[in-house]
Ligand binder design. Structure first.
Ligand SMILES: *[C@@H]1O[C@H](CO)[C@@H](O)[C@H](O)[C@H]1NC(C)=O
Ligand SMILES: *[C@@H]1O[C@H](CO)[C@@H](O)[C@H](O)[C@H]1NC(C)=O
Length: 510
């Protein structure tokens, strides 16, 4: 399967301002009225929520909802693996114990779900093993199910969580790095572990997982909630248009996820192609083309696969009868998609804390809620300051400064010439360079992955964490800074020194 994939490098957008536009499929690939291929195998699905905690309710809700869609579609229970922290059903904040909802007025998406991996078993290592069909995790409480798909089978992988450049979050242990995911996909492909595979990824900067990483050689097709440079968005949050019932203090869903899930309930998936679903989901996730509250849904990999019906991945009994989760949102053709309220992922987490302050009784309860919110904001501020402090410390090292000057022209543009003669002075006038490194996207050329050397990125994260503490779902955004340093040939040892020095006096240090 080749064709459009070869044009991929050309159309990948390098700016969050530019939506990717897929070229039209050559007409010869499908004859009128003919399905692009006959599907003889089985469907397998791996569904994972990479987060935990009440503030991240929406990710597990999305994943449980996906399970309902697959089951409604007729996909066998034995072929679906669900990985969720499972800390919400009995969560003290849950106003409806035993139930989880993914949209206002929707049905309980936890009904009948027996998650296969929960708690500490939800980690990147187990995920990669399960995906490759390796039964390595045998802890009590896990089903041990894995994706034992064969050469005729189709595999659907869905992930919902926080992300950051080059990484996906996990509720336990290390991040999942793009090169590890791609390595597992390559292994499974080499082992004839599927006919075609489709991945749907909801996470911030999720385009960075596949950009320059997934070509058209493996019969794998992926769509992501956002491009490599932008947030993905939570939705159905308290206080926005289409709010959850007032007893909820957290968002129920994510914009891209509910767009594809509700679309899958609305339409006859035997008729709807993956490409059609992509077009509809892209439109809805853009919030009616405004991108004011929304992101650029992207496509990667073997794009010819998108001519296949969605039913081949989510089940042929999804015929649009709407009975799965009464999914009646999402426009039909010719209508506008609904415009939804939305919040960037990293702000959506704060909502429950902020609402707790609003709703607490005056006096001690409100002061306690306020202190809890303030503590989280303080930690975020400390991470932001540490990233800037570390970058300034790096710039004060002559060898590092020289390497950055050689790699990035703007270092010379932003630092006055006199400062460049003297690396100590450079550190003092380096604020704009620091800011550029820490917060600006620094797009790489189209078709290049985030980082040339993924081991360097892992080592940089390790070096940072040794000095400044574990990167959390907020701090993880600084992987782009680390990647840009790696791409200039800066090593983890320099990071270790700078981070240790910067964070020695910081509350972040472990
Ligand atoms: C892919 O297979 C190789 C060889 O068996 C193995 O060393 C590697 O860890 C696998 N990759 C992943 C991501 O599991
Ligand atoms: C969506 O955008 C179209 C074209 O810009 C506009 O005419 C329409 O009113 C918008 N719909 C909503 C619901 O905002």
């Amino acid at each position: 399967m080749a064709a459009r994939g070869s044009a991929l490098a050309g159309f990948i957008a390098v700016s969050c301002l530019v939506a990717a536009t897929a070229a039209a499929r050559p007409a010869f690939l499908t004859l009128p009225g003919e399905r692009p291929d006959d599907f003889k195998g089985d469907i397998w699905a791996l569904l994972i929520a990479g987060s935990a905690g009440w503030g991240n309710y929406r990710h597990q809700a999305d994943v449980l909802h996906a399970y309902q869609v697959l089951r409604h579609g007729g996909v066998k229970e034995d072929n679906i693996v669900v990985m969720v922290q499972d800390d919400l059903i009995d969560n003290p904040f849950n106003p409806h114990p035993g139930k989880i909802f993914n949209r206002p007025g929707g049905s309980n998406v936890a009904a009948g779900v027996k998650p296969d991996y929960t708690g500490a078993a939800v980690n990147s290592k187990t995920f990669l093993s399960v995906l490759q069909g390796e039964q390595t995790y045998t802890a009590i409480g896990s089903s041990g199910k894995t994706i034992k798909s064969g050469p005729e089978d189709r595999v659907f992988v869905y992930f919902a969580d926080h992300g950051a450049p080059g990484i996906l979050g996990m509720p336990n242990g290390a991040f999942l790095y793009a090169d590890e995911l791609l390595g597992a996909l390559a292994n499974k492909s080499a082992a004839n572990g599927f006919r075609d595979m489709v991945l749907y990824i909801e996470a911030c900067e999720s385009g960075s997982i596949f950009e320059g990483m997934l070509d058209d050689s493996m019969d794998i097709y992926a769509t992501t909630a956002s491009n490599a440079y932008e947030s993905s968005w939570g939705t159905y949050c308290p206080g926005m248009d289409r709010p959850p019932p007032p007893e909820f203090t957290t968002c129920l869903g994510d914009l891209y996820s509910v767009a594809f899930l509700e679309n899958s309930e609305r339409y006859d998936l035997r008729e709807e192609s993956l490409d059609k679903q992509y077009q509809r989901v892209r439109r809805r996730t853009s919030n009616n083309g405004t991108y004011a509250m929304g992101s650029h849904v992207m496509q990667y990999g073997s794009l010819t696969i998108d001519a296949e019906p969605v039913a081949d991945y989510l089940g042929a009994a999804n015929t649009g009868d709407g009975s799965a989760e009464n999914g009646l949102l999402g426009a039909t053709d010719g209508e506008d998609e609904p415009v939804m309220g939305a919040l960037p992922q990293r702000e959506a987490d704060l909502l429950p804390l902020w609402l707790a302050v609003q709703r607490a009784a005056p006096g001690a309860p409100r002061a306690a809620a306020r202190a809890e919110l303030a503590a989280v904001l303080d930690t975020r501020r400390a991470v932001d300051e540490a990233a800037r402090g570390t970058m300034a410390a790096l710039l004060s090292q002559p060898a590092v400064l020289a390497a950055l000057q050689a790699k990035y022209a703007y270092v010379n543009l932003l630092l006055p010439a006199a400062a460049l003669q003297d690396s100590n002075a450079a550190a003092e006038v380096a604020a704009p360079v620091v800011e550029q490194f820490v917060s600006a996207p620094l797009p790489r050329a189209a078709g290049l992955p985030l980082v040339d050397d993924w081991s360097c990125l892992r080592a940089m994260v390790g070096a940072w964490e040794a000095g400044c503490g574990k990167l959390d779902q907020y701090g993880m955004q600084y992987t782009r800074l680390f990647a840009n340093l790696c791409n200039a040939g800066i090593g983890a040892q320099d990071m270790a020194t700078a981070a240790a020095r910067t964070c020695r006096a910081s509350a972040l240090a472990a």
